[in-house]
Design a protein around this ligand. Sequence first.
Ligand SMILES: Cc1cc2nc3c(=O)[nH]c(=O)nc-3n(C[C@H](O)[C@H](O)[C@H](O)COP(=O)(O)O)c2cc1C
Length: 148
Amino acid sequence: MKALVVYDSAYGNTRSVAEAIAGSLGPLQAEAVPVTEFKLPDLAENDLLVVGSPINGWRPTPKITELLSALADGRLKGVRAAAFDTRVKLFIHGDAAKKMTASLKAGGAEIVSKPMAFYVKGTEGPLRSGELDKAATWAKDLLARVGA
Ligand SMILES: Cc1cc2nc3c(=O)[nH]c(=O)nc-3n(C[C@H](O)[C@H](O)[C@H](O)COP(=O)(O)O)c2cc1C
């Protein structure tokens, strides 16, 4: 069993969260992988796939959307999965993690966590204080959920 944390990131904030998550998934030898480098054959039965994206206009980025569309129709059967987004803390901010979670489920993945959000201070960041610790805590929760 291994883990991949696939992310897109314009300004580096989602990448930082992805790397913090991968770093705290130690027993699964997790890697943070930019979305442009992800290949489905890299995943096997029972592996954990975490997908992260900044919210762009209430949805994941086009590259993440494209990837998840390509994985629809049961291509993620046997894989465990969870999704997170990064966002600004506005009263109305929309959602990407929930949409990504629904897409992962449509791809046949077993969803192991509810969608997670991490907050940036502005469009280019930086992350709000405590968000990397929150990422590490979430990763440990994921580990427990996949029995690693
Ligand atoms: C074109 C664009 C649209 C955005 N739309 C939203 C949005 O709908 N809701 C939100 O909370 N943040 C929105 N943001 C802010 C991003 O979420 C923020 O830039 C991102 O979390 C930074 O992550 P990154 O450094 O990984 O790119 C938007 C940013 C851009 C550039």
